[in-house]
Design a protein around this ligand. Structure first.
Ligand code: KIV
Length: 263
C-alpha cells in the first residue's frame, strides 16, 4: 500500500471515498490491517480496557501508548498511525508538549485528544509545531465519570448544536481529523457536511467520512459489555483476513454501520 498521509485522507473525503480505521496495539495486527487495506491505525487508549482489563481508559500512561505505537510502527512502516493521548496527559499546553514527544518519536503520524473548547489553544500550538492533531468529540471515554457512564451524547438540540460548534472550532484551530463517538446519526451528518476535514465515526451512523472500530470488537473477542455500535466481522467470515476485508468493503460501500449499530 502507498504511504498514507494527511493529504491522502483529505483527498479521500473530497472524492467521497470512505476512510477505514482500526485500533491496533502490536506489530502483527498493525501489519495485518495495513496489508489488508485499512488506511489508518489508531493506537487507542482503549488498550486500557481490551489489553489491560480495566473498566475504563483512565489508567493508561504516555509510556504505554508510546510502547504500543513503537510496536505498531515496527510492523506497519507505511501505515498512517494515530497515537491516543491518555487521560490528563494534555491538561496544559506545556504538559502536552512533553507528552507528544515520545509518541511522535515512537512513529506516530498524528495524536488524538478528547475534548472541545479547552483544547483549542493546544491544537493550534501543536499544529504550528509540526504535530498533526485528531480531535475526538461526543462520547469522550476519558470523561466517563463526568457523563455518569458510557452514554450517547448530543441527543437534545442544544447539546447537538454545542458539539457541532466544538467540531467547527477544532477544525479552525488546525485539527486535520476528527473522531465522533456515540452521537445521533443526524448530528454526525451535520458535522460531516459542515467540516472540510475528514470525520471518522464510531456509533455515529454511516454518514461520516470513515469508520473506526476497536479491533477486539471486530474480532468478537471483547469481554463484558458489547457496545451497540460494534460488529463481530470474524463470526460472519470465519477468517481474520476475510473479517478485515469485509470491514473495509462494508465501510467503503456504506453497508457498515447499519441502522442497528447507530443511534
Ligand atoms: O481508544 C480508542 O480506541 C478510541 C476509539 C474508540 C475511537 O478512542
Amino acid at each position: 500500500m502507498a504511504k498514507i498521509t494527511t493529504a491522502t485522507l483529505l483527498k479521500m473525503k473530497q472524492q467521497g471515498e470512505k476512510i477505514t480505521m482500526l485500533t491496533a496495539y502490536d506489530a502483527s495486527f498493525g501489519k495485518l490491517f495495513a496489508d489488508n487495506g485499512v488506511e489508518t491505525i489508531l493506537v487507542g487508549d482503549s488498550l486500557g480496557m481490551v489489553l489491560q482489563g480495566h473498566p475504563d481508559t483512565l489508567p493508561v500512561t504516555i509510556e504505554q501508548i508510546a510502547y504500543h505505537t513503537r510496536c505498531v510502527r515496527a510492523g506497519a512502516s507505511q501505515a498512517f498511525v494515530i497515537a491516543d493521548m491518555p487521560f490528563m496527559s494534555y491538561a496544559t499546553i506545556e504538559q502536552t508538549f512533553q507528552s507528544v514527544i515520545p509518541l511522535m518519536q515512537a512513529g506516530a503520524n498524528m495524536v488524538k485528544m478528547e475534548g472541545g473548547e479547552f483544547l483549542l489553544p493546544t491544537i493550534k500550538a501543536l499544529t504550528e509545531r509540526g504535530v498533526p492533531v485528531c480531535g475526538h468529540l461526543g462520547l469522550t471515554p476519558q470523561s466517563v465519570n463526568v457523563f455518569g457512564g458510557f452514554k450517547v451524547q448530543g441527543r437534545d438540540a442544544d447539546a447537538a448544536d454545542h458539539i457541532l460548534q466544538q467540531a467547527l472550532a477544532i477544525q479552525e484551530a488546525g485539527a486535520q481529523l476528527l473522531v465522533v463517538e456515540c452521537i445521533p446519526t443526524h448530528l454526525a451528518e451535520r458535522i460531516t457536511k459542515a467540516l472540510h476535514i475528514p470525520v471518522i465515526g464510531i456509533g455515529a451512523g454511516a454518514v461520516t467520512d470513515g469508520q473506526v472500530l476497536v479491533m477486539h470488537d471486530l474480532l468478537g473477542i471483547s469481554s463484558g459489555y458489547i457496545p451497540k455500535f460494534s460488529k463481530n466481522f470474524l463470526q460472519e467470515t470465519g477468517d481474520i483476513k476475510k473479517a478485515i476485508a469485509k470491514f473495509v468493503a462494508d465501510v467503503k460501500q456504506g453497508h457498515f454501520p447499519a441502522a442497528e449499530h447507530s443511534f
